[in-house]
Design a protein around this ligand. Structure first.
Ligand code: ATR
Length: 300
């Protein structure tokens, strides 16, 4: 058991539910590997009590916080400062203690996009000058669309069942960067995109355990035309979307590294440190063992 002392720093997660979160595993493993005097705990917080929770955490000297569903947008109101791209995305998942204009509280960041950025770097996929197809237009897609343009994508097409949601992301991103790189399309029209060698990023919940055989687009041609695929789902570890990419000889990655690196980016902000690739790999091994053992048990 961890040796908790009077000096031990506390970091936490707020969300609802939090019971199945992998974040405690990521952060407590990091603290253990680095020998940091830090413990990370999950707190279930009701939707109408987010502000109270953030103020209370500050008063309790909580060093850093993660915020998960359903509080990522609503928590913005409880912050004294928000990182500029996180503000434009309209969602934060990491809070760092700060004082702005004499007011103390937390500053919000979005490390979800840093997570995907580092996953892509890790697997050698660059977004620069690439055409990107984003499948889905929920909160994750919104953050990823910002990342794609920030990283120099030449074009981003958002395919969604509800086109108005894809449109609203396209407008927000194009406005923020003052460019017209992002376009929205009805997912039914995917075969009219006229793109080739694109990176397809799957952000919908289609294919998530236990619906492992579901996939958002089943047409082989969509996968033949792609250069690589990323699915933000990590349970199952190989989704149907990834299998279809593999079938056509295209590399495809799941979302476990994105999850790892969003945690690492948060930890680095809290402790003002740099986590090495070797250490990240060690945490990834622990995550794989724990998560996939748990998933396998669920499948039985
Ligand atoms: P998150 O915030 O985690 O990204 P979300 O907001 O629930 O999740 O978004 C889920 C995405 O998956 C949406 O783009 C949703 O499409 P709609 O905007 O049309 O609802 C998409 N999605 C979920 N189930 C789907 C299905 N069966 N077919 C097509 N799209 C689906």
């Amino acid at each position: 058991m961890k040796d908790i002392k009077g000096t031990t720093n506390v970091c936490c997660l707020i969300g609802n539910p939090v019971a199945h979160s992998i974040s405690p595993l990521i952060h407590n493993t990091l603290a253990q590997l680095r020998g940091d005097d830090l413990v990370y705990v999950p707190f279930k917080v009701e939707e109408n009590r987010v502000e109270e929770a953030v103020k209370g955490a500050y008063a309790l000297n909580v060093l850093g916080m993660n915020v998960t569903v359903p509080h990522k947008q609503h928590v913005l109101q409880a912050l004294v400062e928000t990182d500029s791209i996180a503000q434009a995305i309209g969602a934060v998942n990491t809070l760092v203690r700060t004082t702005k204009d004499g007011i103390s509280g937390y500053k919000g960041y979005n490390t979800d996009i840093l997570g995907l950025e580092r996953e892509l770097e890790d697997v050698g996929v660059s977004l620069k000058d690439k055409e990107i197809v984003l499948l889905g237009a929920g909160g994750a897609a919104r953050a990823i669309a910002f990342l794609c343009v920030q990283k120099g994508a030449s074009q981003v097409v958002i395919l969604n069942r509800t086109i108005s949601k894809a449109n609203s992301i396209a407008v927000a991103v194009n406005q923020y960067f003052n460019q017209s790189i992002v376009k929205a399309m009805d997912i039914k029209d995917y075969d009219k995109m006229a793109l080739n060698d694109y990176i397809a990023i799957q952000t919908t919940s289609v294919g998530l355990h236990p619906n492992n055989d579901d996939v958002i687009i089943c047409d082989d041609q969509f996968y033949k035309n792609a250069a690589a695929g990323v699915d933000i789902i990590y349970n199952p570890s190989t989704t149907k979307f990834m299998k279809l990419m593999h079938k056509h000889g295209k590399p495809a990655y799941n979302g476990l590294k994105m999850l790892l690196y969003q945690g690492i980016a948060a930890y680095e902000l809290w402790l003002n440190c740099t986590i090495t690739k070797e250490m990240a790999d060690k945490v990834y091994d622990v995550m794989e063992k724990n998560c996939f053992a748990a998933f396998r048990n669920e499948d039985k």
